[in-house]
Design a protein around this ligand. Structure first.
Ligand code: SF4
Ligand code: SF4
Length: 197
């Protein structure tokens, strides 16, 4: 940006600058209108708008996107979490609730009998993932927060839900999870908050 004292007389009058601005804006309008009208008659030059028609279209998230949580599993399918409470301690929103219990197997000190995340309170900062010393919680699902029916208690994701997400991710991959998510969002759009999602 030029300082006022560096401007020429024409620039200081602003009239030419306003004309230039209108010229650029009108140019974009005409170009986008032309591309759009070509699209209407079946000639697809390029997409004339930057937005996407979500949820009919989905823009895949970057690999480092922090999405929905999941609790990771051991090779035998058991929960990896050791109930150390570090994630709950690190969580700035205080939305992780854990109840530790003794394990039947003497080699395992304890496990989470109850593990819940209140996704309405969560700010998706990822601190819980960073705090975990055993890689038991991740946010690598590539899908954004689930929308549940209007009851706020439904937004609390329990241990089974978080473990099931790991199984689904392993069985079907992130693309299938993302497609399921889009389908669910389309259903919600058609029937807002009726039935189960
Ligand atoms: S992402 Fe952040 S706010 Fe959400 S549960 Fe983890 S630490 Fe808490
Ligand atoms: S998820 Fe990780 S940090 Fe949280 S309680 Fe389990 S082992 Fe500890």
């Amino acid at each position: 940006m030029k300082r006022r004292e560096e401007m020429s007389l024409v620039e200081r009058l602003y009239v030419w600058e306003i004309v230039k601005g209108l010229w650029i804006t009108t140019g974009h309008l005409i170009r986008n209108l032309f591309v759009y009208l070509c699209g209407v008659i079946g000639i697809r030059l390029r997409k004339p708008w930057a937005t996407i028609e979500y949820p009919n279209e989905g823009r895949p998230y970057a690999p480092r996107y922090r999405g929905r949580h999941r609790l990771t599993l051991n090779t035998d399918g058991s929960i990896r979490c050791t109930s150390c409470f570090l994630c709950a301690t690190a969580c700035p929103a205080k939305c992780i609730y854990i109840e530790a219990a003794e394990h039947d197997d003497a080699k395992i000190e304890k496990f989470p009998d109850r593990y819940e995340i209140d996704t309405l309170l969560c700010i998706y900062c990822g601190y819980c993932v960073e705090a975990c010393p055993v890689d038991a919680i991740r946010m690598d699902t590539g899908i954004h927060p689930q929308i549940y029916p209007p009851d706020p208690r439904a937004f609390i994701e329990d241990k089974e839900t978080l473990m099931m997400r790991s199984r689904l991710l392993e069985d079907r991959g992130p693309k299938a999870l993302f497609d399921d998510h889009l389908t669910r969002m389309q259903e919600i759009e058609k029937h807002p908050f009726h039935g189960e999602y």
